[in-house]
Design a protein around this ligand. Sequence first.
Ligand code: IMP
Ligand code: MG
Length: 179
Amino acid sequence: MSEVTIKDKTFKTFIPEADLLCRVKEVANQISRDFEGKNPLLLAVLNGSFIFAADLMRYITIPCEISFVKLASYQGIASTGEIKEVIGLNEDITNRAVIIVEDIVDTGATMKRMIEKLGTRSPASLDICTLLLKPGKLKAPLNIKYVAMEIPNDFIVGYGLDYDQLGRNLRDIYTIVEE
Ligand code: IMP
Ligand code: MG
């Protein structure tokens, strides 16, 4: 167990990289089976999902493509509730099998908004794949097809997830130590 300090907060090891990769590979295998012959488009939500998306895509064994959108709703350790679309989607997703790749679903506001917006663009299918889910914080019902791991409500960093933009490069996931 190791501890790291980021700005004013302390975090301790929570999910080791090996455990994360094991689950990412299982989810990738599931996607490879479910989307055989469909050339799915992975749509990764930046910034948080960039590492997960890279690992997930490399474990997928069927032809697939990737594109990125940039959204932000978090400031510090709390969701602002307001989601800004920073980089939009240029790709034509008409008749495409789209899989949204997200780092973590917390209140679900970000995913709800994405599903609403992308749903109007006539994809063949539209599914959510998230590395992490905090079921205790989900506000609206959301149909999430792939969840690598469920975690408690506590704030976490690492493996792409940040605290005020820092900590994304930590290989393991760390959870906040409440003083
Ligand atoms: P939601 O819209 O409330 O579901 O928030 C989703 C976004 O908030 C995620 O895509 C993350 O970028 C960010 N987020 C939620 N929980 C955490 C956390 O524990 N650590 C870091 N970022 C988080
Ligand atoms: Mg995110």
